[in-house]
Ligand binder design. Sequence first.
Ligand code: G3H
Length: 248
Amino acid sequence: MRTPFIAGNWKMFKTGREAVTFAEEFKELYQDTDVKTAICAPYVYLGLLKNLFSGTDIKVGAQNAFYEDEGAFTGEISVQMLEDVGVDYCIIGHSERRQYFGETDQTINRKLKRLFAGTITPILCVGENLQQREQEEQYLVVRDQLMGALAGIAPEQAVKLVIAYEPVWAIGTGKTATPQQAEDMCEFIRNAVEALYNEDVADKVVIQYGGSVKPANATEIMNMDNIDGALVGGASLNAKDFMEIIDF
Ligand SMILES: O=C[C@H](O)COP(=O)(O)O
């Protein structure tokens, strides 16, 4: 049985004061739940949130990491540094990183390998853009992204992976994939993981949907067989909305 996992991705939003206000409000609202929960915040707030959430089950995630441990890489943050502040999860290969920062399946693969060498659980993002969907290439695109990202990753590592399916055309647009479209791709991803590894890995791997998830559509999405959770952007910036999604 897979445990549902809902993560917020704050992207590049919130001041320090707003991050503290969110954490205080969210801790008040947060109740015992079987749903695993994490907030993936900008680097500068990770230590702060880790402290504010200590003593709760709320986990903290980063939105990126570099594959080298140290060196002359101005502006980068290593996996080791994230481990030092107690980060639990790290998003890798978000479409915004691919689109604006030139991330490729090769760099994503190196980052995944480095994360698997340590203690942080990667959340690997995959998904097609609008043009690819319109040309009905979405399954090919996602299959290639998976194969590229997972090259050389062993089954005992892959089993711990979280995969987030995020159709680019549904991110921040208010346009959600229909629950059936999301389910179809998440089922495809599970089958692709089985083909790459085995049935046990495919059964255990946690697959999230991301793209305009909000309180109003969370239940329908979460009720799909192959969807185990959500990666929530905009709606995770508001403690009440995010809690309502967790309570789906
Ligand atoms: O990582 C989260 C996704 O990019 C979804 O963002 P959104 O919920 O604002 O559409």
